[in-house]
Design a protein around this ligand. Structure first.
Ligand code: AHR
Length: 491
């Protein structure tokens, strides 16, 4: 590791989240209403806000997802009892009462200290609707929308930085071809105005996973009209959407397969970055991985449209690997949003009525928060192989950064389901002499270990003593199936 070679700032927004009107993410997850017996502030549950604040959520994407291209924001403002009801056709066909709308979302972001990232409706919404939403939220003067906002109780405009022009418009957001969406993007974004000193960072809908054609067309046709472009990639262990695999019932083969698929994120980023470089060699446009995470079969007996799944040590490894990859490509990846914060897909929080637990993935976000806005360091890793039958993947995955206080933080994942991994690290530096090394580890006896409402603390980080300072660096023994964070302090 070369401590003197800084490779750019790790944008804290890489540690962002995504929360959709889907299953029990918004309703019950965040929103319980002002009259709920569950302790809340203006309808938003206190326990969840408190837990999320501990992981420093920098940015929160909302209202979808597929829901965004069916969402009509005007239905979600004004007195709650008068708000229009709709059917959430994508997600379980349940009635959406619109009690959680623009004001509630922006209130939540203020509580969390997170930047809001709102996704607008291109699939079934109008240009005017999108224009008026921006005016409603950010215009300070006298105008129909700003006046309406005031009538609805908010005098000052909000600051809104991140705005997405449509979601998955190649799929649930309208089944468009890239040429058609590129033209629509250019048109819609024209009316996403900057009012006063509010400057919007416009995000175009980018490709699904390895759709390099979509990336190429969008960059070619619309690069000058965007600040960022999204990429979506989910880790699905099964070979079909019908059989994605269980979140908790799996063996080492599924473990290996899942981690191998998670590692594919690196290839995706590299290949999309090559295309982006062609049209944007200065790297002005950000790659925004605004949906990522594991996707399994729903928990038995739950609504298939609610995407509720448990979260094990396997998810912790997927999170650890993926965040390491984002850190290492921070020259292009400026934001990422795990899907989804609460009760949906790779959640960091699960709730059951008034009960709340945090998942192994939550702990990885908590451990890795030291990388937020830190300087990426050069780390050259020669890893042993982890073999399963004919296939191999690197056994160890790593990223390292230097924090503002001078500490060096190194996050290491041992992908092996069984068997420790030894890492010998040489520290090259003309000015940093390590005086101490300390660490934390997240691991468990079983690879499918998880937290439950009955045993909420089954998986949680512990102090780690398996690292040792040496003459020229350090050596560390990573337990099987573990995520380790080491901190080196200067002598
Ligand atoms: O996160 C669940 C869904 O996955 C989102 O709504 C959609 O954008 C993606 O296909």
């Amino acid at each position: 590791m070369n401590v003197d070679l800084r490779k750019g700032k790790i944008n804290k927004n890489i540690y962002g989240h995504f929360s959709e009107h889907l299953g029990r993410c918004i309703y019950e997850g965040y929103w319980v209403g002002e009259d709920s017996p569950i302790p809340n502030t203006r309808g938003i549950r206190n326990d969840v806000v408190e837990a999320l604040k501990k992981i420093n959520i920098p940015v929160l994407r909302w209202p979808g997802g597929c829901f965004a291209d069916e969402y009509h924001w005007k239905d979600g403002v004004g007195p709650r009892e008068k708000r229009a009801r709709m059917v959430n056709t994508h997600w379980g066909g349940v009635v959406e009462n619109n009690h959680f709308g623009t004001h509630e979302f922006l209130d939540l972001c203020e509580k969390l200290g997170a930047e809001p990232y709102i996704c607008g409706n291109v699939g079934s919404g109008t240009v005017r609707e999108m224009q008026e939403w921006i005016e409603y939220m950010t215009f300070d003067g006298e105008s129909p929308m700003a006046d309406w906002r005031r009538e609805n109780g908010r005098e000052e405009p909000w600051k809104l930085k991140y705005f997405g022009v449509g979601n998955e418009n190649w799929g649930c957001g309208g089944n468009m071809r890239p040429e058609y969406y590129a033209d629509l993007y250019r048109r819609y974004q024209t009316y996403v105005r900057n009012y006063g000193d509010n400057k919007i960072f416009k995000i175009a809908c980018g490709p699904n996973a390895g759709d390099y054609n979509w990336m190429g067309v969008l960059m070619r046709e619309a690069v000058n009209f965007m600040d960022g472009i999204s990429v979506h990639y989910y880790t699905v262990p099964g070979d079909t959407w019908e059989e994605k695999g269980s979140a908790t019932e799996f063996g080492t083969e599924e473990w290996f397969k899942t981690l191998k698929k998670a590692l594919w994120m690196e290839e995706l980023i590299k290949k999309h970055a090559v295309i982006m470089d062609r049209y944007d060699p200065e790297k002005r446009v950000a790659m925004i991985v605004d949906e990522w995470g594991t996707w399994y079969d729903v928990e038995p007996g739950t609504n298939p449209g609610f995407l509720y799944q448990q979260n094990t040590m396997r998810d912790a490894l997927v999170a650890g690997i993926t965040l390491n990859i984002f850190n290492r490509y921070c020259d292009r990846v400026q934001m990422a949003n795990i899907a989804q914060t609460i009760n949906v897909l790779q959640a960091v929080i699960l709730t059951r009525g008034r009960e709340m637990i945090v998942t192994p993935t939550y702990h990885v976000f908590e451990m890795y928060k030291v990388h937020q806005d830190a300087e990426l360091l050069d780390f050259h890793l020669e890893s042993e192989e982890y073999r399963m039958g004919e296939e191999t993947i690197p056994a160890v995955n790593v990223s390292a950064s230097r924090a503002g206080n001078g500490d060096i933080n190194i996050s290491l994942c041992n992908l092996r389901a069984d068997g420790e991994a030894v890492v010998e690290c040489i520290l090259n530096s003309t000015e940093f002499l390590a005086g101490s090394i300390e660490g934390r580890v997240l691991t468990a006896e079983k690879i499918n270990a998880h937290n439950s409402f009955e045993e909420p603390e089954g998986v949680r980080p512990e102090n780690f003593t398996g690292a040792e300072l040496q003459e020229r660096g350090f050596s560390v023994k990573l337990p099987a199936a573990s995520v380790v964070l080491l901190t080196l302090k200067r002598r």
